[in-house]
Design a protein around this ligand. Structure first.
Ligand SMILES: [Zn+2]
Length: 271
């Protein structure tokens, strides 16, 4: 599943090719994505220049002035720029045509992605209105996590994976950040001190930042290529490494279900 770093890498990959260019058309080959692609989406977009390509959580936001195209990659979606009329494959559901002759092509085998339209202020859209802060913003801090978690009994891993708390911390990054911060993933969120939340907030920021920077090396792939940053080669310390030695203390890594998700941790280094 594309996580925040992959979505940010996608944003950086497509932005230089579409920003400032006028939309000349939209080809929808399969309307049934997670929600149906609005029937009049092409009419809304056509003739307008793409003013900005932003990201909020895992949503890509293409503003055309009259409104905003909201794109989500879902479980298996990807975007790439093509400069010719390369024949679409069976999962190439949408093409956005631009006046420079290039196309933004959306591929999504599992069809959990989304192409939606809004004329309203983007922060009021139902999908975005209740999202927590961006993890790489100043709003996301130890003080914020500490204050919000007081008296909450749920596992800290579930807490930081909740998009109302903070956006874009998926299962892999949550596991890795908790290991880096030395916090047991099942510990009650409300029983973690401010200083330990400082370590956790720092770990989340640095892990996501490293993944985004690694993704930067794949940007050229967005043109006529795969269009998929995929999972970064970022070395995973605990995720999916059950029974292998902890990189710090050599104790076998354990796996547990926490909030319906597989969690990996070191029983010695994480308390
Ligand atoms: Zn260990």
């Amino acid at each position: 599943m594309p996580e925040l770093p992959e979505v940010e890498t996608t944003r950086r990959g497509i932005e230089p090719h579409i920003r400032g260019h006028r939309v000349t058309g939209l080809i929808v080959r399969q309307r049934q994505l997670r929600w149906p692609v609005p029937a009049r989406l092409g009419q809304h977009l056509r003739g307008h220049p793409v003013k900005s390509v932003d990201r909020r959580g895992k949503y890509l936001l293409l503003s055309v002035g009259a409104g905003t195209l909201i794109v989500h990659l879902g479980m298996s979606g990807s975007l790439r720029i093509i400069h010719n009329d390369t024949a679409p494959g069976p999962h190439d559901h949408v093409d956005l045509l631009l006046d420079n002759g290039s196309r933004l092509r959306f591929t999504d085998p599992r069809r959990f992605g989304a192409w939606l339209w809004t004329r309203d202020a983007i922060e009021t859209h139902p999908l975005l209105a209740t999202l927590g802060p961006e993890p790489l913003s100043e709003m996301f801090s130890a003080d914020y996590l500490h204050e919000l978690s007081r008296s909450r009994k749920l596992a800290v891993k579930s807490f930081i994976m909740n998009s109302h708390v903070v956006v874009g911390v998926g299962n892999i990054y949550a596991s890795e950040a908790l290991f880096r911060a030395g916090i047991h993933p099942a510990r009650a969120a409300g029983r973690i001190s401010l200083s330990r939340y400082r370590q956790l907030a720092d770990a989340i920021k640095s892990i996501l930042d490293e993944a985004i920077r690694q993704g930067g090396t794949t940007l050229r792939n967005f043109v006529n290529g795969e269009g998929k940053p995929g999972y970064f080669s970022q070395s995973l310390q605990v995720y999916s490494r059950r029974d292998t030695p902890c990189p710090r203390c050599a104790t076998p890594i354990r796996e547990a279900r926490i909030g319906q998700r597989s969690s990996f941790y070191c029983p010695i280094c994480q308390r």
